[in-house]
Ligand binder design. Structure first.
Ligand SMILES: Cc1ncc(COP(=O)(O)O)c(C=O)c1O
Length: 392
């Protein structure tokens, strides 16, 4: 291994100079945090060096999106996803969650329906309400047997659509299940989108982190050209290169009219992407790939560890994620939790000292999400603590 994914990075002690972070400072010092989706790894060395050089420049006035960044993302898209996107399709902005809200404001009218499928990354569930639109939801089909994948339930999605429905918020690959949607599944979805004349936001933030050898990511707008004119694709280097705190994301919109509507909403409401984030994003896409490929090997190893260790937790169901560093556990029948009050997340926080994300926030109480983007040693420590409760 050329890069270091094993040495712990101090993130806990601001008094010793560690920088405060959401992940490490939400809970007490004896809690191991495996919740919010950032990783405990330093970013690629090339990225850190480029940031240092930018800091050395010493002037941090208003920035401009460099053409070189746009061309770099085009090259990444072409190489990784065989999608020949144009530089002018890109609208860079400070985050994917803001982009979800902007899309709702820009592409729908007050009272129109914004639909999503659960379980889902929690901010998706707030977009409609926060933007004065009608919240609409359908459920994914949960695995019939432990270990089976979550599936798209087209009939349930169709049933949730009403004449008000205008926009679908789609997550591809999917947080929290880690599903990498297959072409056949997406073909059904594409037909439904067209049949009901919907617009779609495809949040593809996790697409660079595929763990299954056979898994292939095709951007929704590229896989189904007939959808391109009705799709906003959201990408960012933030999850892949662990730079979420640098706030740089990109809405890719090929249709000029849709893009203009989005851009009109963007201006004034959103600050520009900060100048350090722009440097980081460009270097990440231009030079970060060798680091990413090693990261994927580390995450695959962690996933193997999870599969082995979770097998010893009776009643816990878990479909190994095909992508990203998030694992989604069904604890509704966990024998180790039988007879205990409180949500599984709360019990595991209090009794195991491990902070996970509560499934209720994703629309599915009884589930938890575990972030395994951490060192092997810390993952082992967390699983050992969880063993105490979940081994029954
Ligand atoms: C699917 C998905 N979308 C958006 C975000 C957040 O993106 P941002 O920090 O750019 O707002 C996350 C973070 O975990 C995510 O998993």
């Amino acid at each position: 291994m050329k890069f270091d994914f094993a040495t712990p990075v101090a993130r806990r002690h601001p008094e010793k100079g560690d920088w405060p972070s959401q992940k490490w400072h939400r809970y007490d010092a004896d809690i191991l945090p495996l919740w919010v989706a950032d990783m405990d790894f330093r970013s690629p060395p090339a990225l850190i060096e480029a940031m240092q050089a930018r800091v050395e420049h010493g002037v941090f006035g208003y920035g401009r999106i460099p053409d070189s960044l746009k061309h770099t993302l085009c090259a990444w898209s072409e190489r990784e996803y065989a999608w020949a996107l144009e530089p002018e399709w890109q609208l860079w902005l400070p985050g994917v969650v803001p982009a979800l809200h902007l899309a709702s404001l820009a592409l729908t009218e007050p009272g129109e329906g914004v639909l999503t499928v659960t379980p889902i990354y929690p901010p998706f569930l707030k977009v409609a309400e926060r933007t004065g639109r009608l919240p609409q939801q359908a459920q994914l089909a949960e695995p019939a047997d432990p270990g089976e994948p979550w599936r798209l339930d087209l009939a349930a999605l169709e049933a949730a659509i009403t004449p008000e429905t205008r926009l679908l918020l789609w997550c591809h690959p999917h947080n929290p299940t880690g599903r990498v949607w297959r072409h056949e599944e997406l073909a059904g979805l594409a037909a439904l989108i067209e049949r009901h004349d919907l617009l779609v936001v495809s949040d593809e933030l996790h697409c660079d982190l595929l763990l299954d050898d056979g898994a292939v990511h095709r951007p929704l707008a590229a896989a189904f050209p007939s959808l391109a004119a009705r799709t906003v694709t959201l990408w960012a280097p933030s999850k892949t290169f662990n730079i979420a705190g640098l706030s740089a994301a990109c809405a890719v919109i090929s249709d000029p009219e849709l893009r203009q509507r989005f851009a009109d909403r963007l201006s004034g409401l959103m600050p520009d992407v900060n100048v350090l984030g722009l440097v980081a994003a460009e270097v990440a896409y231009a030079q970060g790939n060798p680091w990413r490929l090693e990261l994927l090997e580390v995450l695959r190893g962690h996933r193997r560890t999870l599969i082995e260790r979770v097998a010893a937790w009776p009643g816990v169901a878990f479909a190994p994620p095909e992508s990203t560093y998030l694992a989604w556990f069904d604890l509704r029948r966990a024998e180790g939790l039988a007879g205990r009050g409180g949500s599984p997340q709360q019990v595991l926080l209090e009794e195991a000292g491990v902070a996970l994300s509560d499934g209720a926030d994703f629309g599915w109480p009884g589930f938890v999400r575990l972030n395994f983007g951490t060192t092997a040693a810390q993952l082992d420590e967390a699983l050992t603590r969880l063993d105490d409760v979940l081994k029954g």
